[in-house]
Write a protein that binds this ligand. Structure first.
Ligand SMILES: Cc1cc2nc3c(=O)[nH]c(=O)nc-3n(C[C@H](O)[C@H](O)[C@H](O)COP(=O)(O)OP(=O)(O)OC[C@H]3O[C@@H](n4cnc5c(N)ncnc54)[C@H](O)[C@@H]3O)c2cc1C
Length: 473
């Protein structure tokens, strides 16, 4: 054993399976001390007047931390909780507990990197070793067929080269036992939403799923989606859906906080392919996980540029800063039903389909011309599956400041609405006040005459807004 006591700092890796820093600390340390820090900077109010992490997302985090604590207890350990800056709290704890090392998962983006660097500097000054581990992608950074600074800018090239020249490492087995110190330690407590000044906001019963955080729930969702409901074999055909639990996997929230690892999902896909069926759909789930990897590696390559208005393309456009229009978009009050329904789903459940995300993002940046970073910040606050790289990467892409060789990712909202919600069921689910409009007109109520609308009991401007932009059909 090289170390007497190792602190394992948990971040977006809230699981005990396939966990590199936990497994390595068990191997290298006589005793292991798992710690999670709720960093108040993640709950601060942004300039837009919203919390950096809203209620629904924070609740999912709290549930995930709670489940991690239970799973660590089953292995003979526990999870110490602190509220404060990790670079301070972890050093205090290391000194107090006489730990000789801190192990953690490496992150890639600006704020997270700053915390890591400050921690490493402070630890070095006190003679405490630090060691970081790579573990949130399908392909390990060491197995990429190119150095980070030469990651292809175009997704297809990235994917093809990874598929040809790389391989997915096997998952790391579940630990059987963790040696936790026997002395009395202040374990801290799991905070409530009110600790961060956030109101308790239950997920609407209209949600696609009753999302609950934690490794156990993530694994349960996989069991249901792949094995019980047998949905993987038709994923490619259903993945652009809008309503219901099973049109797509809904794994994103658990992947974002690391409650399940992408390699675990990958191994389950392979098991399904061997035991049930192998087809385009089973491959397509892996294809989407490679998108996830791609954004993480692109963020690693381009650093803080992914948060800047010009993105990684250095395009400087005249973005609007119209807060009034922005909050009409955010509140689902644009008068364009397909946009409003999606934004209401996001606000009431913390989730939105991929099809919805592409449309509302395109509408904000292309139709309203509003600063794409406001949209990304709003999603950051609201999305239960917020992932810094997937979010800011996708927004950059749609805003035309990312890597897409097709330049402008413009979505024709009405065409999309009619194609993906031809019967208007999605609109009726989220905008009951216009549910009486027949399917042929429900996506464009503003095209109906006042008398036709009145006959349906709709008064545009009163019961549902006039559109905030003009649309040509
Ligand atoms: C503007 C915008 C913002 C987004 N923000 C996020 C975010 O913060 N967090 C997040 O996890 N995803 C984000 N996405 C990607 C995608 O919309 C979600 O991952 C997906 O809708 C989650 O549902 P699912 O798990 O059922 O996906 P599935 O269709 O079942 O896909 C399986 C998994 O593949 C990954 N994946 C799928 N599509 C993408 C994609 N376009 N980019 C990256 N990974 C993908 C996810 O991990 C997902 O769980 C964003 C997309 C857009 C257009």
């Amino acid at each position: 054993m090289k170390y007497n006591r190792i602190i394992v700092w948990f971040r977006n890796d809230l699981r005990v399976h396939d966990h590199a820093s936990l497994s390595s600390s068990i191997e290298k340390g006589k005793e292991v001390v798992p710690v999670f820090c709720f960093d108040p900077r993640n709950f601060r109010e942004l300039d837009l007047g919203i919390s950096k992490s809203g209620s629904i997302r924070t609740k999912f985090l709290i549930e995930s931390v709670d489940n991690l604590k239970k799973n660590l207890q089953k292995l003979g350990a526990d999870l110490i909780i602190r509220i404060g800056k990790p670079e301070e709290k972890l050093i205090e704890m290391a000194l107090e507990l006489k730990a000789d090392a801190i192990f953690f998962t490496e992150e890639v983006t600006e704020e997270e990197k700053k915390v890591e660097n400050n921690l490493e500097k402070a630890a070095w000054g006190k003679g405490i070793e630090t060691k970081s581990f790579w573990q949130s992608t399908l392909f390990h950074i060491e197995d990429l067929p190119f150095p980070i600074n030469q990651i292809p800018e175009v997704f297809t090239q990235f994917r093809k080269e990874c598929e040809k020249f790389s391989r997915v490492k096997k998952t790391i087995g579940l630990p059987t036992k963790i040696n936790f110190p026997s002395e009395s330690i202040d374990m801290g407590y799991i905070p409530k939403l009110s600790t961060f000044g956030l109101p308790d906001k239950p997920i609407s019963s209209k949600s696609v799923l009753g999302f609950k955080g934690g490794e156990d729930e993530g694994k349960k969702r996989l069991l249901t989606y792949f094995w019980e409901n047998d949905c993987l074999k038709s994923y490619k055909e259903t993945r652009n859906g809008l309503l219901g639990a099973d049109y797509s996997s809904k794994f994103s929230s658990w992947l974002s906080l690391g409650c399940i690892s992408p390699r675990f999902v990958y191994e389950e896909v392979i098991r399904y392919e061997k035991g049930r069926k192998k087809n385009q759909s089973t491959y397509w789930l892996i294809f989407e996980l490679i998108w996830r990897d791609y954004f993480r590696f692109i963020c690693r390559k381009h650093g803080s540029k992914v948060f800047q208005i010009q993105g990684i393309k250095n395009n400087v456009d005249n973005w609007s800063k119209d807060k009034n229009l922005f909050f009409k978009w955010a509140d689902g009050l644009t008068g364009i039903p397909f946009i409003d329904a999606n934004m209401r789903e996001l606000n009431q459940t913390g989730f939105m389909s991929n099809r919805g995300r592409q449309n509302v993002a395109s509408f904000l940046v292309n139709d309203l011309g509003i600063d794409w970073r406001w949209g990304a910040a709003y999603f950051e606050s609201m999305l239960i599956d917020y992932d810094v790289c997937s979010n800011w990467g996708n927004w950059m892409y749609i805003a035309g400041v990312g890597n897409d060789p097709r330049e402008n990712r413009y979505f024709n909202i009405l065409r999309q609405a009619n194609a993906y919600d031809p019967k208007g069921e999605y609109i009726r689910h989220w905008i009951p006040e216009i549910s009486q409009i027949p399917a042929s007109d429900i996506h464009q109520p503003f095209e109906l005459s006042t008398s036709d609308l009145n006959k349906l009991g709709i008064d545009l401007g009163k019961t549902y807004p006039h559109p905030i932009v003009e649309f040509k059909i």
